[in-house]
Design a protein around this ligand. Sequence first.
Ligand code: GDP
Length: 315
Amino acid sequence: MLADKTSTTYVAGHRGLAGSAIWRRLEADGWTDLVGRSSKEVDLRDRDATRRLFDEIQPTTVVVAAARVGGILANDTYPAEFLSENLRIQVNLMDAALEHGVDRLLFLGSSCIYPRLAPQPIKEEYLLTGHLEQTNEAYAIAKIAGIIQVQSVRREYGKHWISAMPTNLYGPGDNFTAQTSHVLPALIRRYVEATESGAPEVVNWGSGSPLREFLHVDDLASAVSFLLEHYDDPSTINVGTGEDHSIRHIASLVAAAAGYAGETTWDTTRPDGTPRKLLDVTRLRELGWEPSVSLEAGIGATVDWYLEHRAQARS
Ligand code: GDP
């Protein structure tokens, strides 16, 4: 049995965008013994603190959704922290999990692990076949190390550990801070504020031409729940929709959802990042999983969530 829903299951990062959605989904799917700790309670960058946590909760299933994450500017500005903190968090978690004999672990990465100019859509086997995108190389290298750790533990110790690589995520609970957020929450905040202030013009970053694929975090959570039950292979597996759009188009969807009627212009002194990042999701689809949240509905719901929660939203 790949997933024992009664096992003590530690969701590392359960307050984050991905982890909180995974927690909600596992609960809804009948997992009965979920455990989480906030970063204030346990600093996962601290090896001893991580060990003590595992001694205390004795998990038998672990979902690694804890990471330092951020948008293009945050990654480009703080590469040392993105590399070091992510390596420490994941190595501490996976070492403690191995020491405690955890048999089922799912490690979450990101689609930025693939080569910058990989053929599109990107298949899982393109990992480590070319140079990475410079703006997020440090983060990507940490996540690649995580995939290799999962594969190594499987090979050496026979554990049923897996890794999954989601495309760009968005949804309720995202980080809406202008300087560190990913593009979708950044656009939502910018267009909502411009609508409210009656600003005649909104200025977005880059050229607007890069292509990105977006997955609502509830779809990621449903995929994680599905993979815990059905997937057991050393290869990482892509999680996405199989569709991408230009940033310009995404901006027009957000503008419409926010009711913004002014002009949009582009600040090309800001980096574009990788030109295209579309995952090939054939493997996951063949296993029987599909996303269910359309981009229009997901953006609309996230705008509504932001309007309701912005006082508490990280800002
Ligand atoms: P990426 O997918 O790793 O490049 O990360 P992001 O989600 O941060 O950025 C995606 C694309 O959106 C890049 O081409 C950015 O230049 C563009 N973009 C446009 N406006 C913004 C913004 O306000 N914030 C961010 N983070 N990206 C923006």
